[in-house]
Design a protein around this ligand. Structure first.
Ligand SMILES: NC(=O)c1ccc[n+]([C@@H]2O[C@H](COP(=O)([O-])OP(=O)(O)OC[C@H]3O[C@@H](n4cnc5c(N)ncnc54)[C@H](O)[C@@H]3O)[C@@H](O)[C@H]2O)c1
Length: 354
């Protein structure tokens, strides 16, 4: 394929900062046009994508442009399903920033619309494309940790949105911090360990921050038999403090070893007997944790966009997050909410609510 792709970016808010470098480095392969209703964002969009970048106001203007091949949806969650469905009906391939949609019902409508239109549906769950998170997956997939017993995944942030932000609305967000952001951890857990069998959940809401929960803990039993504890804390400043804690942390315990990823630190592994067949860990001594050598050339967002553009060009691509897969992540979050509401353990797949 020689002609440049034309990609419409729907929404030029905060997360454009992560997507824009994915496109500027591929400027020889694709041109972009951005839709953003808030004119006060336009100068920042130009700063990120270049002074010449085309900007329109509403995303429907991009969908009406016959020259646009595909769209990258960076809109608030309540617009994910309507925008993706309209894009599919207009014949555009769809990349959508996580979380795919507010609930499984919306995900299914999006999947059906894309299937009917014969266009692809990809979700930008960036952690799956990040070199450190991929390194942890390689360690687990090597089998050297033995049987996996337990996962612990944490996300810590200090999230304070302006009073009129859509993030404060449970309806617009699709819940709270679990649906919005712990879906990073849920999605990664499913990628690392397979599907979830059962969940239970507790949450804490701080109405001065948002209608949905700011804090949540999900306990999951995996189909593999492993347990997983996932937590989100949108009320902590510890990760920003000097000598504070971490932003994200994944820890896996197996019968023969353990491994973890910690933001700002990297990916580490410990094989209990100190030997490794598949990896050349820099073993400093029997029983110690050693750092996995990770080459971090691109961010997860940049790599996701790179692979997506390859797939659009008909080239071999590593798409790790298609719509049907990412739908299962939303299902786990929805099951967690149902568990909290009913004070029960909820089994997956979800049965329709009575
Ligand atoms: N991967 C990550 O770590 C990460 C971090 C933050 C946000 N996100 C995700 O990014 C997505 C967007 O979040 P955000 O933080 O950028 O939100 P945001 O509110 O900053 O940006 C959304 C933008 O969409 C614009 N918009 C609304 N309606 C529009 C329309 N009809 N046409 C054109 N533009 C319109 C808004 O004006 C706004 O600028 C969400 O899915 C969110 O979950 C991901």
């Amino acid at each position: 394929m020689s002609a440049k792709l034309k990609i419409g970016i729907l929404g030029g808010g905060g997360i454009l900062t992560a997507h824009a470098p994915g496109y500027t480095r591929l400027a020889h392969l694709c041109e972009v046009v951005v839709a953003e209703t808030d004119a006060s964002r336009h100068s920042e969009i130009r700063r990120l994508l270049g002074e010449d970048v085309a900007i329109v106001e509403d995303y429907t203007e991009i969908l009406a442009d016959k020259d646009v091949d595909a769209v990258d949806i960076l809109l608030p969650h309540y617009l994910h399903a309507p925008a993706a469905i309209a894009a599919a009906e207009a014949g555009k391939h769809v990349l959508i920033e996580k979380v795919m949609a507010r609930n499984v019902e919306e995900c299914d409508l999006m999947i059906r619309a894309c299937e009917n239109a014969g266009v692809s549906l990809t979700v930008c769950h960036d952690r799956r494309y990040d070199a450190d998170w991929q390194a942890l997956k390689q360690v687990v997939d090597s089998g050297e940790l033995g049987d996996i017993l337990f996962w612990k995944l944490e996300h810590n942030q200090n999230v304070v949105f302006p009073e009129r932000s859509w993030v404060r609305s449970k309806e617009m967000l699709g819940g709270g911090a679990i649906m919005s952001c712990l879906t990073h951890q849920i999605d990664s857990l499913r990628w690392y360990e397979g599907e979830v069998d059962q969940v239970t959940c507790m949450t804490k809401t701080e109405p001065d921050r948002m209608e949905g929960e700011s804090i949540g803990a999900v306990l999951a039993k995996m189909r593999s038999g492993a347990l997983a504890l996932l937590s989100i804390n949108w009320y902590t400043q510890s990760h920003q403090a000097p000598d504070g804690l971490w932003y994200e942390f994944n820890h896996v315990t197996g019968t023969k070893g353990e491994a973890y990823f910690m933001s700002g630190k990297g990916t580490y592994v410990k094989i209990h007997d100190g030997s490794s067949k598949q990896f050349r860990y820099d073993l400093k001594g029997e029983g110690s944790f050693v750092k996995v050598d990770v080459k971090k050339e691109l961010t997860g967002h940049q790599r996701c966009i790179e692979q997506w553009v390859k797939s659009l060009r008909g080239e071999q691509a590593e798409i790790l997050t298609d719509g049907t897969d990412s739908r299962q992540t939303v299902e786990v979050a929805e099951a967690a909410y149902r568990a909290e509401e009913t004070k029960a353990v909820v089994s997956l797949p979800l049965q329709p609510a009575r």
